[in-house]
Write a protein that binds this ligand. Structure first.
Ligand SMILES: Nc1nc2c(c(=O)[nH]1)N[C@@H](CN(C=O)c1ccc(C(=O)N[C@@H](CCC(=O)O)C(=O)O)cc1)CN2
Length: 289
């Protein structure tokens, strides 16, 4: 690789700062008799999903949040998945929970997300919460988009008036991130691109901030990046050569800021999942007076 110009956006260091804050807040909740609990529903044995869920529970142990795991076989029926969701909706120890995505093909992912009690939706992906976000009302924010914004602010990357190009239209990143960037508190302008965008290079070249979340290894190359732009590599693909992000290595020679992958946005996805759980526990504590 040639000369690296980019400032590296360090997701692990930023995550550690968030964890320090969460430890204090969880301790204060426990003093009030409330222990936050994170639930996860994992269907099947995909090694990537299993690793993410394991990581989430390791994080819980670090900050003092109770772990509630529901691991289900890959061939489960929708009825069985629904029953697990209903159980977590009713479980008083579970402050918030997630259904790890993707779920096996025989299951209806959207139906599962819709069945989650919106108050316990730790991912911020329930249609009610996404709708609240559209309306500018208070809602748990989707974890990866929240992590992206936090990382940009932490490194003082200008967002106000920036042109943001998002590559990828998935439910966890591409679709919701535009809602956050275009809020009146951010005032960015967003272009949402995807695998059928006619001239991806031309779109990305106009960006001050690039969010690469298509899950296509090396999709964003140096020739597509405006010198000095911030490039956040969010896509993950498991290839024969190991984990690959969406951003080619030579982008570091052109970009002004670069979030690596691994070690960039991923750790913040996990940190904001716990933050969403702690915030719900704090709302419950406040309602109890
Ligand atoms: N219900 C959800 N499912 C999925 C989400 C989500 O936000 N909610 N996002 C992704 C997976 N994901 C969280 O679940 C996730 C992805 C990556 C990381 C992470 O920390 N990555 C590390 C590298 C880890 C590794 O070596 O494998 C990094 O980037 O440094 C955390 C969470 C899809 N599903």
């Amino acid at each position: 690789m040639g000369h690296v110009t980019a400032t590296i956006l360090d997701g692990k260091a930023t995550r550690d700062e968030i964890f320090e804050d969460l430890k204090v807040r969880v301790s204060a909740l426990k003093d009030k008799g409330i222990t936050p609990g994170l639930g996860t529903v994992l269907v099947g044995d995909d090694p990537g999903s299993a690793a993410y869920v394991r990581g989430k529970h390791n994080d819980c142990a670090k900050v003092g949040i109770t772990s509630i795991r529901r691991d289900l076989p890959a061939d489960i029926t929708q009825e069985k998945l629904d029953a697990t969701i209903d159980e977590l909706n009713a479980n008083p120890d579970c402050t918030g929970y997630i259904v790890q995505l993707p779920v096996p093909k025989q299951l209806d992912e959207n139906a599962a997300l819709e069945r989650i009690d919106p108050d316990k939706d730790a991912d911020g992906l329930h249609p009610v919460n996404l709708g609240r976000l559209v309306l500018g009302k208070e809602a748990p924010l989707p974890c990866t988009p929240r992590g992206i914004l936090h990382l940009l602010r932490r490194y003082e990357v200008p967002i106000e008036g920036a042109h943001v190009v998002v590559v990828g239209r998935g439910v966890t990143v591409g679709r919701p991130i535009g809602l956050l960037f275009t809020r009146r508190s951010e005032n960015a302008t967003v272009t949402l691109c995807h695998t059928r965008t006619r001239d991806l290079g031309a779109e990305v070249r106009r960006a001050d901030i690039v969010i690469a979340a298509a899950g296509v290894p090396g999709l964003v190359t140096a020739d597509m990046v405006k010198p000095g732009a911030a490039v956040l590599d969010v896509g993950v693909s498991r290839t024969e050569d190991g984990l690959r992000g969406d951003v080619a290595a030579d982008v570091a020679e052109v970009a002004g800021f670069l979030s690596p992958n691994p070690g960039g946005v991923g750790p913040l996805t996990r940190a904001f999942l716990l933050t969403n759980v702690v915030e719900r526990a704090e709302r419950v504590a406040a309602s109890l007076g």
